[in-house]
Ligand binder design. Structure first.
Ligand code: ACK
Length: 223
């Protein structure tokens, strides 16, 4: 009889424990509630609504993803390049079902996505596939992304606007980090949680004063 190939998942990643998910959702929703009331934000509101002087309720604007996680490798059931190789890595096999504490150091808001930046430790970076940061990145952005440290794309998607796919969060994050590196920061606002920076075209970046940690389990996910 023929040996059946082990099936590959949709993706691998760190999944927040349910109680952690609630805590992070509450904290980040509070931030959204404050953000859309700030004068600095209202000045750029047309970048979200397409119209001048209209209000936006950011809590409604972003739809919540099903389960909060930080993707390491998108496998697409084996269709993605390097999926099989990743699944077969010793470090991946050994790490399945084990606990990791993720550290969220910043939040991003753009007209497309709402996300949390994750700062990976040396140990966590061992699960970060080579080349993952630049996958699907527009050619014009590639040189800037290649200059960023490995793992720069690591994030948790907290919400997407209507019609936007989750994969966009990592791309928005990279774009913001590239602009920051070029010193393209605009208005800065001090908030309770940290410093909020505007980076043109509706892009906002909140550097947290204190990182938010979250307990997770490394595992694979299939629909
Ligand atoms: O927020 P995310 O990391 O963005 O979580 C989801 C997860 O995989 C399941 O869809 C991410 N994702 C989707 N497509 C890709 C892709 N081509 N490259 C990297 N990550 C992807 C998505």
């Amino acid at each position: 009889t023929k040996q059946k190939e082990p099936e590959l998942p949709l993706f691998f990643g760190w999944f927040l424990l349910p109680e952690e998910e609630e805590r992070i959702k509450c904290a980040t929703m509070d931030f959204l509630k404050t953000l859309d009331t700030l004068e600095a934000f209202k000045e750029h509101i047309s970048e979200f609504t397409g119209e001048v002087a209209k209000e936006v309720d950011l809590e409604q604007y972003f739809q919540n993803p099903l389960q909060l996680h930080c993707t390491t490798k998108f496998c697409d059931y084996g269709k993605a390049e390097g999926a099989k190789e990743y699944a077969e890595l010793q470090v991946v096999k050994e790490s399945l079902a084990t606990s990791y504490e993720l550290s969220v150091t910043a939040l991003i808001v753009t007209p497309r996505t709402f996300g949390a930046r994750v700062a990976l430790t040396e140990t966590q970076l061992k699960l970060w596939p080579e080349g993952a940061d630049k996958e699907g990145v527009a050619p014009a952005l590639l040189p800037s992304v290649e200059a960023l440290p490995a793992g720069s794309r690591a994030h948790v998607t907290l919400g997407c606007s209507a019609g936007v796919e989750e994969v966009q969060t990592g791309l928005d994050l990279l774009e913001i980090l590239a602009l920051q590196k070029e010193g393209k920061e605009g208005t800065q606002v001090e908030m309770d949680l940290g410093t909020l920076t505007y980076l043109s075209e509706g892009r906002w970046f909140l550097t947290l004063r204190e990182p938010i940690t979250a307990d997770t389990t490394f595992t694979s996910f299939s629909d």
